[in-house]
Ligand binder design. Structure first.
Ligand SMILES: [Fe+2]
Length: 158
């Protein structure tokens, strides 16, 4: 009579590193004042402050502060991004987005994960709005898209 012995389970193999994880990255510490808010970013009604992460990660990830510069008029228009990862963390004030057909108020303390390809429209924001945006890759692109629905008007600044 034969008996089968159960093999002792092998220790799990270490997870293989993804190509992204094998990109050499550097330590980085950007202090207040090391980088300035610039007006030559994606939207002319916002100012952008780079936080040094794109350089430190060889373009794997960008972290930037975005703040209101001009009152909302047309907003961003409907668009999507070519990105693998994209979060928005509201630091001050608020912004109103359309995420597909869902009107979404994002207030200070909130975090939004914008899943890849989601069609959206930032159409309103407070004068003090400031958010931290973290996106991979750093050179993500924005593509104008047809909108699925109407967008509410922005709130006039006092
Ligand atoms: Fe966007």
């Amino acid at each position: 009579m034969q008996t089968e012995t159960l093999a002792k389970p092998a220790a799990p193999a270490p997870l293989p590193l993804s190509p992204a994880a094998m990109i050499a990255t550097a330590f980085s510490h950007i202090r207040e004042g090391d980088t300035e808010f610039r007006s030559d970013g994606l939207r002319d009604f916002f100012l952008y402050r780079d936080l040094g992460v794109a350089e430190a990660t060889n373009g794997l990830v960008i972290a930037q502060l975005v703040k209101a510069n001009l009152p909302p008029e047309e907003g961003t228009g409907w668009h999507r991004h070519e990105a693998n990862f994209h979060i928005v963390i509201m630091l001050k004030g608020w912004a109103r987005f359309m995420y597909e057909t869902e009107e979404t108020l994002v207030q200070a303390g909130d975090c939004v994960h914008q899943r890849p390809g989601i069609v959206h429209y930032l159409f309103d924001y407070s004068p003090d709005m400031e958010y931290l945006e973290i996106v991979s890759p750093a050179d993500f692109t924005s593509i104008d898209m047809p909108g699925p629905c109407a967008v509410p008007p922005p709130t006039p600044w006092a």
